[in-house]
Design a protein around this ligand. Structure first.
Ligand SMILES: *[C@@H]1O[C@H](CO)[C@@H](O)[C@H](O)[C@H]1NC(C)=O
Ligand SMILES: *[C@@H]1O[C@H](CO)[C@@H](O)[C@H](O)[C@H]1NC(C)=O
Ligand SMILES: *[C@@H]1O[C@H](CO)[C@@H](O)[C@H](O)[C@H]1NC(C)=O
Ligand SMILES: *[C@@H]1O[C@H](CO)[C@@H](O)[C@H](O)[C@H]1NC(C)=O
Length: 470
C-alpha cells in the first residue's frame, strides 16, 4: 500500500514536472532499480546455498573494451552435498530427532502432530537427508545438474579457451571428482580428470588447508556461539508456541541450514525458508560471516599463507603465456592449454580473497565483527563467494586500445568471483579496474616474501616435497 502510494505520488510528480516544462530533470526511466525488490534467503546463506552469480561491485562481467581474455584459471568449490558432517551432527540431526519424536504413534512415519502456524508444514515434511550414512558429504543429483550449468556458463564465457583444456584437477574426495566429471561432460573435447595427491606441490595451491597441519576448522566457533545465543532468543520466543517440542538455539540454526541444504538437494526453494523473516536471515548470514572470518578470513593469521600458493602457481603459469615476453625462440614450453580448472572446498576461495584483500575493509579488524549485534556495513560477505560451485578465477587480459601493432599490446589480470570482477584494492588502474600484469606478479612475489613460509607456519615436518609441476 505504501509502495502504491509512493508510485502514485511519483506519477503525480512527473506530470507536474512535465507541465512545468522541466522534463530534463527527470531521469529517462523514472524507475528505481530497487522497485520490486524481493528478499531471497537463498542469497544469504554462506557456504550452503545453491549456486548463484554474484553482482559484485557492478562492473561488467564481459572483458573490457579492446581486451580479450587469453588465459584463465579457476578454483571451483564442489557442487551441492546433502550436508557436511559437522553441520549435520551439530545442528541438523538433533532437530530431526525432535521432529521424529512427534510422529503420531498409529501412523508412524506418516504424519507428525503438534506443529502449527508457520511450522504447520512439518506435519508432512519429508527429510531430504533420509540416508545420512550414505549421503553426507556426497553431491546430490541436483548438484550434478548445477555443475553442468556452471560448466556450460564457463564454456559460453570462454568458448575458445575451454577448447584448449586437456586436464582438470580434483582431489581424492568423491565430491570434487564427481563435480569435475560433470563439468567436463559439457565441454566439447575429451578431458582427463587428474587426482592431485599430497605428494604433488600443486596440492598446496589447490587444497592448502589439507596440506597444513596447523589449520583447524575450530576458529570462530566461540564467536559463532555467542552471536547465535544472541540472535536466536527472539526467534525461539516467536516460534515456540507453534512447536510441540522445546526449541533450542541449535534447532534454529538447524532449521535455517535445512533451508539451504533442502533447496540445494531438491533444486527448489524449501518450505523452511519461509519460516524466518528477512532480518532473521540476515542474522544467520552474519553469524556465519563471523565464523568464516575467524576460520578462513582476515581473522585467521594463517589465511594469507594458505591463499598465496595458488596465486603464485597461477601467476607463474600466466607468465609463461605473457605475450609481450614471447620472442621467436621463447615460445612457452607447454601443451597449449589456456583454461585451467581445479576443484576444491569451501575454505579455499576465502583464502585467495584474504591474500588479495578482497572482501576486506580498510578498518581495524577487531571492529568488523562484534558478537552482540550485526555489523551491516561489513565487506566480508561469504554468501557471494562460497555457495556450492562458488569459484574464484584469474583472467589474463590482452588489450590493445591504441593500434593493431603488437607492440602496443598490454596485459592485465582480473580476479573473477562467481562471474563478477572483484578489483584488487592495491592494483586497479587497468581497463575495467583490472591490474597490470607486471604489477600483479610483483604483488604475488612480495606476498610470497611475507607469507611464503607455508611449512613453517603450518608446523609441517621438514619432509621432502616432491616438486612436480602443475
Ligand atoms: C527419523 O525417523 C526415520 C524413520 O521415520 C528414520 O529413518 C531416521 O533415521 C530418523 N532420524 C533420526 C536422526 O533419528
Ligand atoms: C603420488 O602418489 C600416488 C599415490 O598416492 C602415486 O601413484 C604416485 O606415483 C605418486 N607420485 C609421485 C611423483 O611420487
Ligand atoms: C585487510 O584489512 C586489514 C584491516 O582490516 C588490513 O590490515 C590488511 O592489510 C588488508 N589486507 C589486504 C591484503 O589488503
Ligand atoms: C563494521 O565493519 C566496518 C568495516 O567493514 C567497520 O568500519 C565498522 O566500525 C564496523 N561497525 C561496527 C558497528 O562494528
Amino acid at each position: 500500500m505504501v509502495q502504491l502510494q509512493g508510485q502514485l505520488a511519483g506519477i503525480v510528480l512527473v506530470q507536474w514536472f512535465l507541465q512545468l516544462g522541466s522534463a530534463a530533470q527527470i531521469p529517462l526511466l523514472p524507475k528505481s532499480h530497487t522497485e520490486g525488490y524481493k528478499f531471497d534467503p537463498l542469497l544469504h546463506l554462506p557456504g550452503i546455498s545453491p549456486y548463484f552469480d554474484a553482482i559484485g561491485s557492478g562492473l561488467s562481467h564481459a572483458a573490457p573494451k579492446h581486451c580479450e581474455v587469453t588465459a584463465a584459471s579457476y578454483l571451483v568449490r564442489h557442487a551441492a552435498i546433502y550436508a557436511n558432517d559437522d553441520d549435520y551432527e551439530t545442528f541438523i540431526e538433533p532437530l530431526i530427532k525432535k521432529l521424529n519424536s512427534t510422529y503420531t504413534s498409529t501412523l508412524y512415519n506418516k504424519k507428525r502432530k503438534g506443529w502449527n502456524g508457520p511450522l504447520s508444514f512439518f506435519d508432512k515434511w519429508e527429510d531430504p537427508i533420509d540416508d545420512p550414512h550414505n549421503q553426507l558429504e556426497q553431491i546430490t543429483p541436483q548438484g550434478i545438474k548445477d555443475s553442468k550449468k556452471v560448466g556450460k556458463h564457463l564454456l559460453s564465457r570462454y568458448p575458445k579457451l575451454v577448447r584448449t583444456t586437456k586436464r582438470v584437477y580434483a582431489d581424492k574426495k568423491a565430491r570434487t571428482k564427481d563435480t569435475a566429471a560433470a563439468f567436463v561432460k559439457v565441454f566439447p573435447q575429451k578431458i582427463e580428470v587428474v587426482e592431485i595427491n599430497l605428494n604433488r606441490s600443486s596440492f598446496h595451491a589447490q587444497d592448502p588447508h589439507k596440506a597444513c597441519k596447523a589449520f583447524s576448522k575450530k576458529p570462530g566457533n566461540d564467536e559463532l556461539g555467542v552471536f547465535t545465543s544472541h540472535y536466536t532468543i527472539p526467534i525461539i520466543e516467536r516460534l515456540q508456541g507453534f512447536s510441540p517440542v522445546k526449541l533450542e538455539e541449535t534447532d534454529i540454526v538447524g532449521l535455517q541450514q535445512l533451508c539451504g541444504y533442502e533447496s540445494a538437494i531438491r533444486g527448489k526453494k524449501s518450505d523452511i525458508c519461509d519460516v524466518f523473516t528477512d532480518s532473521e536471515w540476515m542474522a544467520y548470514e552474519y553469524a556465519w560471516d563471523l565464523k568464516y572470518s575467524h576460520m578462513v578470513g582476515h581473522g585467521n593469521p594463517l589465511s594469507p599463507y594458505l591463499g598465496f600458493p595458488w596465486l603464485k602457481t597461477t601467476s607463474e603459469l600466466m607468465s609463461k603465456f605473457h605475450a609481450p615476453q614471447h620472442t621467436d625462440d621463447e615460445i612457452p614450453d607447454d601443451d597449449g592449454q589456456r583454461f585451467f580448472l581445479a576443484f576444491t572446498h569451501r575454505e579455499v576461495p576465502p583464502f585467495i580473497a584474504t591474500a588479495l584483500g578482497l572482501f576486506n575493509s580498510s578498518n581495524a579488524y577487531a571492529e568488523e565483527f562484534p558478537t552482540d549485534r550485526i555489523n551491516w556495513s561489513r565487506s566480508w560477505k561469504m554468501a557471494e563467494l562460497i555457495p556450492f560451485l562458488g569459484h574464484v578465477g584469474i583472467e589474463k587480459l590482452t588489450c590493445n586500445a591504441v593500434s593493431k601493432d603488437p607492440k602496443d599490446t598490454r596485459e592485465y589480470i582480473r580476479v573473477i568471483a562467481n562471474s563478477a570482477p572483484r578489483p584488487i584494492p592495491k592494483c586497479q588502474d587497468g581497463p575495467g579496474a583490472s591490474c597490470g600484469f607486471d604489477e600483479f606478479t610483483r604483488i604475488v612475489r612480495t606476498g610470497m616474501e611475507v607469507y611464503g613460509d607455508f611449512d613453517g607456519v603450518c608446523g609441517n615436518d621438514e619432509e621432502k616435497e616432491d616438486e612436480g609441476e602443475l
